[in-house]
Design a protein around this ligand. Structure first.
Ligand code: ADP
Length: 763
């Protein structure tokens, strides 16, 4: 490309090993003169050794002199004043008193702390056809403005630069994310071979040089073969160090760069940086087979063109890409519309299947909603996807992750590289563990390198690694494996938009649900409240009938009336439960630090009074924690769990254990989906919550009923068994825990016993 160069300050070369250091030399090229001046005195501290050639003055005679020796004193005074404001490399036109009279120089001036560096280059008459350089640049810009297609635009830019400079070959390199360059536009002498489509490894341009290009600096080397001009003295007398010439256009050329270009058959180069979004996007690189000097005015014209190309890059698009973007956007909006209208998110995402794939042009996809993974199209196996998600869970923090070479990051992917060398992962919610993963298959890619890129790195006898320019630029083909087609920016945007849409839909649904719940609560409250009155009437009249007409009624009539009274009582307790349940939704919590040992003791005392028959052995293995809760509600929770533990037990030796889990514990039993989910929630619950449990050795609950028992009025037994009940106790207890921001679940082995878990915040 445009070759390695060096500096006298050492910058680690990021491309290679950190033993590698990079130098910018403290010499200059012979096409200019350099003066280093003290600031603010403007005394000449260093000069290039070629002053005799341009000024007719020996370097020694300039050292220690004031700048007035070369320039008009009045000009120097104005110059000194303006230096204060100079913060970048600034061009000037100077008239210098040489031994043969006044001579005009183009100059670049910049300041490095207290040293002024002045580069001078004699002004030359340009002989570019009939037109002036500005006219040519203007015409080129006008032509470039007509073109909207990026490829044509860059092609035209290479032609314009070649017309201005007369170089044998002008190319546009575009850098990829790893810094390797590809020739994407070229204008060249007809007899030369084309370099279009050739790739150049990132190591061809060392990082420090890239950084200079990224600042938009132009590099011109008219003759790679001429020996450099040293500075006199070599070290700056103020800093006692070689001068930092990194911002100097005429700085000397690193031998490595010379060799690199000579191996390529190039004797002169001009490189213009292309910057997009403040990043080095690419280069316009000009090569000439023989030395070629380009006057300053023309270089300025090229620089201007480069700036124009840079500024227009963002607005020039590839038509195919534009069509593709439009297609993706319309797919996206149709898709979002359809998923927002359905209730089952998973169904909406995967049916019809191709939509989700088309959205980012993937060949396979996995939709992961908590534990449930649905595969669409060509994908790794379910188990492979599950393990991949676990890896992503640990490795990836962002909502969006993409790679076109998954096996390089995740070695497990080697096994399924055929179907998933490319991965685009969208995390919809971390808490809920919602993911969409898209896959792309391996695509063997043939890369045409300009020479073997590995030939650049050589191992020395001592084992150190050194970079040396390639000898051959013969087309060198590399087959790239374990890589898919790269994900495009518009595809990533589509994925992110889908995420926002899903989050929006889920939130809306949650809102709707909350509203419906609230309405139901108030309905249940009003209904149960109003039901109680007529019920009470039925009850009272039935009792009155029994009392007043008991003698008239026969036995059947009396028994029916007694059943009526019993049923009204049961109905009343059901309505009470419903009332209580619906009130819970709106009830104000009175949270306070609560010592559970005291609370449980109180509950146990009440319980003993109510218990008839067997008294279970109560075990509390260790003191219970202090939690932050409403003690009345949590007292009711314990009362419900403990009385159930007593009720649903037919063993001769009964016991109940009340305790809490250590953080890493997950409970003993239960393999159901709910138990698994709860365990996960439990292990990821905030460090300030505790999982309490009430365990018994009772009748146990069948797996299929583990979730049913929390439903309102659901009982697993006939009314007359196990002391009866409304079937509302657990529903209310669970809601009380949820009102505290906690969760409740059960694990059980049928015939052996049950453990009810719930979480609460600790103080
Ligand atoms: P109720 O006890 O009034 O029927 P609950 O809501 O408290 O209502 O319990 C619902 C059902 O769950 C009970 O009918 C019972 O079948 C079952 N159940 C509750 N606790 C236990 C337990 N500790 N062991 C076995 N089954 C239980």
């Amino acid at each position: 490309m445009s070759g390695s160069e060096s500096s006298n300050f050492q910058i680690p070369n990021s491309v290679n090993d950190d033993r590698e250091v990079f130098h910018f030399s403290a010499s200059i090229q012979p096409y200019g003169i350099l003066l280093a001046l003290s600031y603010p005195e403007l005394t000449i501290l260093q000069v290039s050794a070629n002053t005799q050639d341009y000024f007719g003055i020996e370097p020694q005679n300039l050292l220690g002199q004031s700048l007035d020796t070369l320039l008009d004193a009045q000009f120097v005074a104005g110059f000194r004043q303006n230096l204060e404001n100079i913060d970048s490399v600034t061009p000037l036109k100077l008239s210098i008193c040489t031994s043969v009279g006044e001579r005009c120089f183009n100059s670049m001036v910049h300041r490095t702390s207290n040293i002024i560096i002045l580069e001078l280059e004699p002004s030359q008459q340009t002989d570019v056809s009939l037109f002036s350089v500005p006219a040519l640049v203007k015409r080129a810009i006008a032509q470039l403005q007509q073109v909207s297609n990026q490829h044509e635009f860059l092609q035209l830019a290479t032609q314009a630069v070649r017309q201005l400079t007369g170089f044998d070959r002008v190319m546009v390199y575009q850098f990829d994310s790893q810094g390797a360059g590809e020739v994407i536009a070229e204008s060249k002498r007809e007899d030369l071979p084309s370099y279009l489509g050739l790739h150049y490894p990132a190591t061809d341009i060392p990082q420090p040089v890239r950084e200079l290009y990224a600042r938009g600096l132009l590099r011109f080397i008219p003759d790679l073969t001429t020996p450099p001009i040293e500075l006199i003295p070599a070290e700056n007398p103020v800093t006692q160090q070689p001068l930092n010439l990194s911002l100097t256009g005429i700085r000397g050329v690193d031998p490595c760069c010379v060799e690199y270009h000579q191996n390529m058959g190039v004797a002169a180069i001009l490189v213009i940086a292309l910057i997009r979004d403040r990043q080095l996007w690419g280069l316009i690189a000009c090569h000439h087979q023989t030395p070629k000097y380009i006057p300053c005015e023309i270089r300025e014209g090229c620089e201007l063109l480069g700036q124009f190309v840079s500024s227009e890059l963002a607005s020039k698009v590839n038509h195919e890409e534009l069509d593709y973007i439009v297609k993706l956007r319309s797919l996206q909006s149709e898709f979002v519309k359809s998923i927002s209208q359905v209730n089952d998110l998973k169904e909406a995402l995967v049916n019809p299947a191709p939509r989700l794939l088309d959205l980012v042009s993937a060949s396979g996809c996995a939709v992961c909603l908590e534990e449930e993974i649905t595969l669409v199209g060509v994908t790794p196996t379910l188990e492979q996807v599950r393990t991949l998600i676990e890896w992503a869970d640990r490795q990836i923090d962002d909502s969006l992750f993409h790679t076109d070479s998954l096996p390089k990051l995740y070695p497990g992917a080697e096994k399924f590289k055929d179907v998933a060398s490319g991965l685009l992962l969208l995390r919809i919610s971390k808490v809920k563990r919602y993911y969409i993963l898209w896959f792309r298959p391996e695509r063997l890619q043939t890369l045409n390198w300009a020479g073997d890129p590995n030939a650049l790195i050589m191992e020395a006898a001592d084992g150190s690694v050194a970079v040396s320019p390639r000898k051959s630029f013969e087309r060198w083909q590399e087959i790239v494996r374990c890589t898919s087609l790269a994900w495009k920016g518009c595809e990533l945007e589509n994925a992110l938009d889908l995420r926002s849409a899903i989050v929006g839909i889920v939130l809306n649904k949650a809102d709707e649900l909350a509203q419906i719940n609230q309405e139901l609560d108030s309905f249940a409250y009003a209904a149960s409240h109003d039901l109680k009155e007529p019920l009470r009437g039925i009850h009272n009249f039935s009792v009155l009938l029994l009392k007043g007409y008991g003698e008239i009624l026969d036995e059947v009539g009396k028994s029916r009336l007694q059943t009526l009274v019993r049923l009204t009582r049961r109905m009343e307790s059901l309505i009470d439960a419903l009332l209580k349940y619906s009130r819970l939704g709106q009830a104000q919590l009175h949270l306070q630090p609560t010592n559970l040992n005291e609370l449980v003791n109180r509950v146990l005392e009440d319980l003993h009074i109510n218990l008839q028959g067997v008294q279970p052995d109560i075990r509390i293995p260790r003191p219970l924690p202090v939690v932050c809760c409403d003690p009345i509600l949590i007292g009711e929770v314990f009362m419900n769990l403990l009385s159930n533990a007593c009720k649903y037990n037919d063993k001769a030796e009964q016991w109940i254990e009340i305790g809490y889990l250590d953080k890493e514990e997950t409970g003993n039993w239960g393999h159901g989906r709910q138990a698994r989910q709860q365990r996960k929630i439990n292990s990821s619950s905030s460090p300030s919550s505790v999982t309490l449990y009430v365990r018994d050795n009772g009748i146990g609950i069948r797996q299929r009923h583990l979730e049913t028992i929390f439903q309102l009025f659901k009982r697993l037994h006939e009314q007359h068994l196990y002391g009866g009940g409304t079937g509302a106790g657990l529903t209310i207890a669970k809601k009380m825990i949820e009102r505290h921001g906690g969760r409740m679940w059960v694990e059980s082995v049928y015939g052996e016993g049950s453990t009810f878990y719930f979480t609460l915040a600790i103080c």
